[in-house]
Design a protein around this ligand. Structure first.
Ligand code: AMP
Ligand code: MG
Length: 409
């Protein structure tokens, strides 16, 4: 038997090596409205309180809460957007709209729904406490308060807060630029009709999509034939242009599996085999300060290996806090028996649902789990992590599910 020279690492060992090798990329300044999905590199604070002035929370009348006058004279209107020269005293009221500054003298707002207006006077069907429907300055944001913390992934609410406090340029970690290439003499472009012995290249496109899903920028490096010269030219160009290269194919034990020896010559191969199914020959290397993930050729293997090893690396490079780069894990009850090879950690593709009746997550695998069967990933929202050392799971057994998509209910 021909033995691989590469030691077989556990999934945990391999993941630890990846974590130890990658660093966050540089911090750059970008317009806040272009920062969605990026990670903030430093705290953002509010220079002013929000609201900046006592503001009405409702459309209605600004009044003195303890005023017992039945019909109060309407002395003017204070709408949102300016400061009128008005004062409220017992016996009077000022019309206000939501967001309007509260006129001096008033200490409450009574909603328009409880008012009756006649000949320039108003009376109310309801009494209110002092402070009612007034938003005091700083109620939402105190002056000087940290509104978005360093390490936060910027989403809709954070972008809105940046706008609120006028933080129009923000310092964030740069998005990783990832070059994706396929290797294999048998591969043709998706718009070509494959000839005898040929197939269409799927991995470059599934991996570029996975790169984008991880918030990184994907670049199409094309299709490399299985010659050392061509591969070297592709990889060297990628190392120059991108932060990370993701390749697929050419890492197993075949005659034309040239990727590992090439990476060894250009840099350091951190691992060349992992005890994982699918994806055993997955390879991770560093050359010229750039990282290379060399994925196996089978379409499912390449995507699962990307998910398990490359995705966390891209997130760490993008500045994500370490505790957030792994997928959430939940215990899931198997809905059916599952066969598993005890020799390796296996990631089976599954649909996980939350069952209200028993309050537990349930998992159903997506059918035949062949490494070439991309259809086994379609619709899957979870990878079931079946550990080494046990070769059969029965319906009702509980396994670890890594949630890669939204849980169904
Ligand atoms: P390899 O790892 O290069 O030996 O490839 C393993 C299997 O995956 C072979 O059947 C290849 O034809 C197939 N394969 C490799 N690369 C791709 C690709 N980019 N798209 C689809 N199938 C591929
Ligand atoms: Mg190949």
């Amino acid at each position: 038997m021909v033995e691989s020279k590469w030691p077989l690492l556990s999934v945990e060992e391999a993941k630890r090596i990846v974590r130890d090798q990658v660093r966050p990329l540089e911090v750059v300044e970008v317009p806040f409205d272009r920062a969605q999905g990026l990670v903030l590199a430093e705290d953002v604070r509010a220079a002013e309180p929000m609201p900046p002035f006592p503001a009405s929370a409702k459309d209605g009348f600004a009044v003195v809460a303890d005023d017992t006058t039945e019909w109060r004279r309407i002395v003017g209107e204070q709408f949102a957007g300016y400061q009128a020269d008005l004062r409220v005293e017992p016996g009077t009221a000022v019309r206000v709209t939501t967001g309007a500054p509260i006129p001096p003298g008033a200490d409450a707002v009574i909603m328009v729904e409880f008012s009756e207006v006649r000949d320039g006077f108003v009376r109310f069907r309801r009494r209110v406490e002092p402070g009612a429907d007034i938003r005091p300055p700083g109620q939402d944001i105190a002056q000087g308060q940290r509104v978005v913390a360093a390490g936060t992934v910027l989403g809709p609410a954070e972008i809105g807060l940046l706008a609120t406090v006028g933080a129009t340029a923000v310092r964030v970690y740069r998005r990783p630029r990832v070059g994706v290439m396929s290797t294999g003499n048998e591969l043709v472009q998706p718009d070509e009709q494959p000839g005898p012995g040929q197939i269409r290249d799927a991995n470059r496109f599934s991996l570029m999509a996975a790169v984008r899903n991880a918030g990184a920028e994907a670049f199409d490096m094309g299709l490399a034939p299985d010659t050392l010269e061509a591969l070297e030219a592709f990889v060297r160009e990628g190392l120059e242009k991108y932060d990370v290269i993701v390749t697929s194919g050419g890492v197993s034990m075949g005659e034309l599996d040239l990727v590992k020896p090439l990476l060894e010559r250009l840099g350091t191969v951190h691992f060349g085999r992992v005890s994982v199914k699918p994806g055993k020959p997955v390879t991770f290397a560093t050359a010229l300060g750039k990282h290379v993930f060399a994925m196996p050729g089978f379409p499912v293997s390449s995507l699962v290996a990307f998910e398990v090893f490359a995705r966390p690396a891209l997130l760490l490079m993008a500045g994500w806090p370490a505790e957030r780069v792994e997928r959430p894990r939940v215990p899931a009850v198997l809905d059916h028996d599952v066969h598993h090879t005890a020799a390796r950690t296996e990631y089976q593709r599954a649909v996980v649902r939350f069952n209200r009746d028993d309050g537990r997550f349930h998992a159903t695998t997506t059918g035949f789990q062949g490494s070439g069967r991309l259809l086994s990933m379609v619709g899957a929202n979870a990878l079931l992590e079946l550990p080494e050392g046990r070769d059969h799971f029965r319906a009702g057994d509980v396994v670890e599910a890594l949630l890669v998509g939204a849980v169904r209910t």
